[in-house]
Design a protein. Structure first.
Length: 137
């Protein structure tokens, strides 16, 4: 499935009330469909984890749901310490950092090393470090 097909799924599940609420709360994304996490999880179940697709979704940084869906699709066995640390440093919201830590980072055999690197890196948002720390404890 390609990015365009996935966005059609987002459109099917869109919720204007949730989207408006998130915008008013200050979400930085230009496009917010208003999907809730269970809806994003349902879309993820129909997709095969793939680095290529996950990276395309993560790089679609102006769409909230793309970033969250990406956290479901990064294959654990293809993730490096450098890539994982970069992902944590590139989060835009506490929601993204929490989903990244919960869906991917805590499952990596080197998760504690990511945390150590993140704690030393001033470029990684404190809320991202806290999300990972909370999911590892």
């Amino acid at each position: 499935m390609d990015l365009q097909s996935i966005k059609k799924d987002f459109f099917v599940f869109r919720n204007g009330i949730v989207a408006d609420t998130l915008r008013k709360a200050g979400m930085p994304h230009k496009v917010i469909f208003g999907l809730q996490i269970p809806q994003i999880a349902a879309i993820a179940k129909d997709l095969t984890p793939s680095s290529e697709l996950a990276e395309a979704l993560w790089n679609d940084s102006e769409v909230r749901e793309s970033r969250i869906l990406a956290t479901y699709l990064f294959p654990v066995d293809e993730m490096s310490l450098e890539k994982a640390t970069w992902l944590l440093g590139s989060v835009r919201t506490p929601e993204e950092s929490d989903m990244l830590a919960f869906r991917l980072l805590k499952r990596l055999p080197f998760a504690s090393e990511i945390l150590k690197e993140a704690e030393k890196d001033p470029g990684i948002p404190e809320y991202a470090v806290a999300s990972l720390r909370n999911h590892l404890s």
